[in-house]
Design a protein around this ligand. Structure first.
Ligand code: TXA
Ligand code: MG
Length: 318
């Protein structure tokens, strides 16, 4: 397959929308990470997403919409969902709700629910509007690899596997959206911490988010698989412990360390850490370092919970 990669302009958006309507694949920027998009209502197009990523077909996709009305055509809303949408959309918050019949089983991995989100990115919004359909999009990486946060990473993983890549430069957030299950308004479940901090959601609802138990974990298949891993080992360093002595290792974190590391990225704060994590993984693996030592992020607020989740999965701790 030949991949067209192009900067964003009205022509490239309408060309991309045409590809989506005709059942093809378009990689596009969102505020969190790049997505690999297809018409969410077309089972055959959705099948191509799984094939291009090498993704297990029971891991459901997020449907990206450009309006509340479009979302209401896909899922049964409730008060909690409406409250969160009013407050946080567009933004990095994905809601799982009972699916309407129109959503193909292949898009929702055979589940009775579907995940919906309105991305806070003008390119993503323009593409969804111009396509006239909801766009199913996982992160635009080969399954298991770090999610792509810039055009080059998408190109490296997806060239020849998709019809078009829209080059929107670097994303804003750097880790994926927070996914919560609001099917039961009495017991809201945190399925995946991410770009939308837990405390903001809990404050708006004046309720705590629960972790899924074993039964509900079965309803969130994505959390079972190995994720976000570069092809060199990731080693976690907790600040209270001695820094690991490893030859030819690279380091990243918010605290500088006195080490003879072969590569180093020091981020000014936790948001920059989240923003640069996946790009850092890709940069260090390309340089063939022995491993990547990552600082374990402390703190309960902001993106720290999402960042810890990505780091522990990349290190194989989950
Ligand atoms: O920020 C993001 O969310 C990015 C951008 C492209 O929007 N997308 C993304 O998609 O991260 P993906 O496919 O890599 O992750 C989707 C997550 C998976 O963990 C999946 O299992 C979960 O959402 N999910 C999707 N539909 C679900 C459903 N019906 N029930 C439970 N979990 C669901
Ligand atoms: Mg992903």
């Amino acid at each position: 397959m030949i991949t067209i990669s192009t900067k964003i302009n009205p022509e490239s958006i309408s060309q991309a929308a045409k590809i989506i309507r005709e059942g093809g694949l378009v990689a596009f920027p969102t505020e969190t990470v790049y997505g690999l998009g297809a018409n969410a209502l077309d089972s055959e197009a959705v099948r191509k997403i799984y094939e291009a990523k090498g993704r297990p077909s029971d891991n459901p996709l997020i449907l990206h919409v450009s309006s509340f009305e479009q979302a209401s055509e896909l899922v049964y809303m409730n008060n909690v969902a409406e409250k969160l949408i009013a407050k946080f959309w567009p933004g990095p918050l994905t809601l799982v709700l009972p699916a309407k019949e129109i959503v193909p089983l292949s898009t929702r991995g055979g589940l009775e629910t579907a995940a919906i989100r309105m991305p806070d990115n003008p390119v993503a919004q323009a593409l969804i509007k111009a396509s006239g359909v909801p766009i199913a999009a996982p992160s635009a990486n080969i399954s298991g690899r770090p999610s792509p946060t810039d055009f080059e990473s998408v190109y490296n993983d997806m060239n020849g596997r998709v019809n078009m890549i829209l080059d929107g430069g670097k994303v804003d957030v750097g880790i994926e959206s927070t996914v919560i299950d609001v099917t039961n308004p009495e017991k809201i479940l945190m399925l995946r911490p991410g770009g939308m901090p837990r405390e903001l959601i809990e404050n708006v609802l004046d309720a705590k988010l629960y972790f899924p138990d074993e039964t509900s974990k079965k309803r969130s298949p994505g959390t079972r698989y190995k994720h976000y891993a570069p092809n060199i080992p990731v080693v976690i360093w907790r600040k209270s412990k001695n820094f690991p002595e490893i030859n030819n290792a690279a380091y990243m974190g918010v605290h500088d360390v006195d080490c003879n590391c072969a590569g180093k990225i020091i981020f000014p704060d936790i948001n920059s850490y989240a923003h640069g994590l996946f790009a850092g993984f890709r940069e260090f693996e390309a340089k063939n370092f022995a491993c990547i030592i990552v600082e374990w992020p402390e703190g309960d607020s902001g993106v720290s919970e999402g960042l810890r989740d990505r780091i522990s999965r990349a290190a194989g701790e989950k």
